[in-house]
Design a protein around this ligand. Structure first.
Ligand SMILES: Nc1nc2c(ncn2[C@@H]2O[C@H](COP(=O)(O)OP(=O)(O)OP(=O)(O)O)[C@@H](O)[C@H]2O)c(=O)[nH]1
Ligand SMILES: [Mg+2]
Length: 456
């Protein structure tokens, strides 16, 4: 960590302002040289207007420089933020000048990596930061901020603590350095002798982890831009519904089946949510031509990436709906189209093919209700207690949950306490791995910083 890194902290392009960031032992010295001043002329946490010059003495730009002396900085080392006029050329020049003076261009996420390694941020906060940057909905932002404030960390710590206590109570010989200190239990008195009490504890732990795992598909969709994919047979009224939802004629509509070949994607704003709605080619067994066949393949691919599927039943007819290969975590709303042509309009909420939500793109019936139904799907119960986990945390918690379920099952069958302890230990290791900085695992850190840009 001895070297000094530099990177643009704002995206390339013309803007009002742009920022270059430096971190490391020589950061302040470098900016001092660039501005023809001495190190001492920069006060900790004070902005200073300077003139930056290249090695030939030519003016690069007037800039605001803010110095944050370590360890009271984002990275924990000396950190400098240089705010320039928003021209990518100026940014390039300043970065080049810093490199000429011995700095190294940062790798993506390297500032945050330093913060992590210096203990300025915990692993769960680093993942929360990623969520703050990538959130594409207000709800996703709220969830990310909650994690950044440490709410997920608290929850994971609580789970870990309870796992440690339970394990301690099962194992007479307890050997978990650093964690055993908070645990009090009397020797000879172990939960292994009381399967019912142990069962209750395991149940409680399952109850703590389960919501985190179950909420993941829906909540993680909020941290991206949720995708809503329209799926149905040719001519079922998909493109008409797509247009009706958007409130404009985006897709071509015609009485000929197989009109839509390519898929179409459009943004839709709903109650503070920004969604992506996708219209697809109609699905049928025997496609007419090669192009239609290709369209169907594209539609299937889109379906795979859907967070929510609008399954279209022409005139509410369940037989008109092609099979939907629903994947884990995907939700479906069943929508009857063209109900203006029906004698009896279905009254469903859209929860099953037998109870579809009635719509008519021609008369507008049910369209507003469908919009609300979609918004509700993503935003209902994003209550105060809901927590968003990252993909990595999700995978880990799923394994912890499986281990606990196995422990519960083992207990039920009356297996040896040793075996139950083994499962508990496996769960504990998963949860601990999310809270501690995993010493050796470079791959884990890289995964946590995936998607970060060079200046972050
Ligand atoms: N009466 C009535 N006709 C509709 C309605 N929605 C669509 N249609 C008609 O149904 C036909 C097919 O509509 P599209 O929206 O193109 O259907 P699609 O599912 O996109 O069809 P493909 O792209 O070919 O798969 C058109 O002639 C539409 O005018 C509706 O709500 N009521
Ligand atoms: Mg169409």
């Amino acid at each position: 960590m001895a070297d000094t890194i530099v990177a643009p902290a704002t995206p390339p392009g013309i803007s009002a302002l742009a920022m270059v960031r430096l971190s490391g032992p020589r950061a302040v010295e470098m900016v001092a040289e660039l501005s023809g001043l001495s190190r001492k002329e920069f006060e900790d946490r004070h902005a200073r207007l300077v003139e930056l010059r290249d090695q030939e003495g030519e003016l690069i730009d007037q800039a605001m420089v803010t110095v944050y002396l370590g360890p009271r900085s984002y990275t924990g080392e000396d950190l400098v933020e240089i705010t320039l006029h928003g021209n990518p050329l100026l940014v390039e020049l300043v970065v080049e000048e810093c490199i000429a003076r011995g700095a190294r261009l940062a790798e993506p996420g390297e500032f945050t990596r330093r913060a992590l390694l210096r203990g300025k941020l915990s692993p769960d906060q680093v993942e929360a930061l990623g969520q703050v940057i990538t959130a594409r909905t207000r709800h996703g932002l709220r969830l990310a901020r909650r994690n950044l404030a440490g709410k997920l960390g608290e929850k994971l710590s609580q789970i870990r603590q309870e796992l440690v206590e339970t394990l301690a109570a099962v194992e007479v010989v307890f050997d978990y350095p650093g964690e055993a200190a908070d645990v009090s239990y009397q020797e000879g008195e172990t939960l292994a002798d009381e399967p019912e009490l142990l069962g209750e504890r395991i149940e409680r732990l399952i109850g703590l982890i389960q919501p985190l795992v179950e909420d993941y598909p829906r909540l993680s969709a909020l941290s991206r831009e949720p995708r809503v994919v329209i799926w149905g047979a040719p001519n079922a009224g998909k493109s008409s519904l797509f247009n009706a939802l958007l409130g404009r004629e985006r897709a071509l509509v015609s009485p000929a089946p197989g009109t839509t070949r390519d898929y179409l994607e459009a943004p839709l704003e709903l109650a503070g949510l920004r969604l992506s709605v996708v219209d697809t080619a109609g699905i049928r067994e025997q496609a007419g031509e090669e192009v239609e066949e290709k369209g169907i393949r594209l539609a299937e691919k889109q379906l795979g990436e859907a967070d929510l599927i609008l399954a279209i039943l022409e005139r509410g007819e369940p037989a008109s709906l092609p099979p939907i290969p629903v994947e884990e975590g995907q939700a479906v709303i069943y929508v009857a189209t063209k109900v203006d042509l029906m004698e009896k309009v279905p009254q469903g909420e859209g929860s099953s093919p037998e109870a579809p939500l009635a719509t008519s793109s021609l008369t507008g019936l049910g369209i507003e209700e469908l919009r609300q139904r979609i918004a509700r799907h993503f935003t209902s119960e994003v209550g105060e207690d809901r927590l968003l986990v990252s993909r990595r945390q999700y995978e880990s918690l799923r394994r912890a949950l499986a281990a606990l379920e196995q422990a519960r099952e083992g207990l039920r069958r009356g297996v040896e306490p040793d075996l139950v302890a083994l499962d508990l230990r496996a769960a504990l290791e998963e949860v601990s791995g999310l809270l501690e900085l995993p010493g050796a695992s470079e791959a884990v850190i890289a995964e946590m910083l995936r998607g970060f840009c060079v200046g972050k």
